[in-house]
Design a protein. Structure first.
Length: 224
């Protein structure tokens, strides 16, 4: 009987010892799993914070692109209204926050030509007078635009529609300097060709709207 009790005690101690060891193993496994989960959570939080910063930076850059390079270059409603009242026969509008004065090529140029038509002088003079009185401190961009029709008659004279649009914009800029008395240092010339259309479609009316020169009021001259 004593031997049986001793054997039972030994078995109990072995079982109890095995359970304790197994329990300790489970605790270690649980602690290791918790540490692993905490490390993953910390990594996820760091990644989330990094993504948040990237999102904020992207939004900041997008807002800078959307607005003019200089806040003071943005056209106010009052300025826009004054220009529209002074030039009711021209296409005056806000373009990317700036005032744009559009003049269709039928007013300024004959087909395939870059020299200013004599009848355009009265229109350009009104524009020059307004630019001197309202925007004497601003840079002025003269933008040339064409339709999508390829050059045919004057193919040997102009390499592309962009080249033609640049030459026409330069002719307007030259007139504004020589006749309109605007400082040449404040004027920049841009040729877009057919790549910035005013109207979509291939109709004659759409093409006519796209053949134009736009005079855009830019940032204060000398600003960085």
């Amino acid at each position: 009987m004593r031997r049986l009790l001793s054997l039972s005690c030994c078995v109990y101690l072995l079982v109890a010892g095995g359970c304790a060891t197994r329990y300790q193993d489970l605790l270690r496994d649980r602690d290791a799993e918790i540490r692993d989960l905490e490390a993953k959570l910390a990594g996820a939080r760091a990644e989330s914070e990094d993504l948040r910063r990237q999102k904020e930076e992207a939004e900041r850059r997008a807002s800078e692109v959307a607005r003019p390079a200089d806040a003071s270059a943005s056209a106010t409603d009052a300025q826009l209204s004054r220009v529209q009242d002074a030039l009711p026969d021209l296409d005056v509008r806000r373009k990317f926050g700036r005032i744009s004065i559009g003049i269709e090529n039928t007013i300024t140029f004959d087909s395939g030509r870059t020299d200013i038509k004599s009848g355009a002088s009265s229109v350009l003079r009104r524009v020059a007078d307004l630019l001197r009185s309202e925007f004497s401190d601003r840079r002025i961009y003269i933008e040339g635009h064409t339709d999508t029709d390829p050059i045919r008659k004057t193919r040997g004279q102009f390499r592309s529609n962009r080249h033609l649009s640049m030459e026409r914009a330069d002719s307007v800029a030259r007139w504004l300097v020589d006749e309109g008395k605007l400082p040449e240092s404040r004027i920049a010339v841009v040729g877009y060709g057919e790549y910035d259309p005013r109207a979509s479609g291939a109709s004659d009316s759409s093409k006519a709207k796209n053949r134009r020169v736009e005079i855009v009021v830019g940032e204060p001259f000398g600003s960085q």
